[in-house]
Design a protein around this ligand. Structure first.
Ligand code: IDP
Ligand code: MG
Length: 137
């Protein structure tokens, strides 16, 4: 029988603004509520090298320098979540990139206000996830 529930991994990161605001518990709770399994969960500071590798696709964009400053500005919480459709499940839970466009009930919709500090990162494909997990763990 064909399996339709093949596990996938995704890389999730609670960004510095959300850690500084004391939102870690509530945000982790939302990911836990999905039923996805936590393979890793770790508090740390992103290095300049990790930030550059993670945001390679944005080099040259007007917000790039600010993005690197922001993501390295304080501790983050890094997670690897595993389960069926983990990438899409988490992206849906996070909401749109710009918190002002993110629906109520999503993490960015409920906890974010501005694009420059949008609370959480999540991989956009299974391939990105594996690449990002290698960068951060
Ligand atoms: P995503 O995080 O939803 O995948 P991307 O387009 O991959 O969104 O952008 C990566 C990150 O870069 C965003 O989460 C946000 O922190 C930042 N970013 C993207 N576009 C802008 C912008 O126009 N102004 C400021 N920051 C931005
Ligand atoms: Mg992205």
């Amino acid at each position: 029988m064909e399996r339709t529930d093949v596990d996938q991994r995704t890389y999730i990161m609670i960004k510095p603004d959300a850690v500084a605001r004391g939102l870690v518990g509530r945000i982790v709770q939302r990911f836990e509520d999905t039923g996805l399994h936590f393979e890793r969960l770790e508090y740390s500071v992103v290095t300049a090298e990790q930030a550059a590798a993670n945001y390679m696709e944005h080099v040259g964009k007007p917000f790039y320098a600010g993005l690197i400053d922001y993501i390295t500005s304080g501790p983050v919480v890094k997670m690897v979540l595993v389960g069926p459709d983990a990438v899409a499940v988490c992206r849906k839970l996070m909401g749109a990139t710009n918190p002002r466009d993110a629906a109520p009930g999503t993490i960015r919709g409920d906890f974010g206000l501005i694009m420059d500090a949008n609370v959480v990162h999540g991989s956009d494909s299974p391939e990105s996830a594996e690449r990002e997990i290698r960068i951060f763990f």
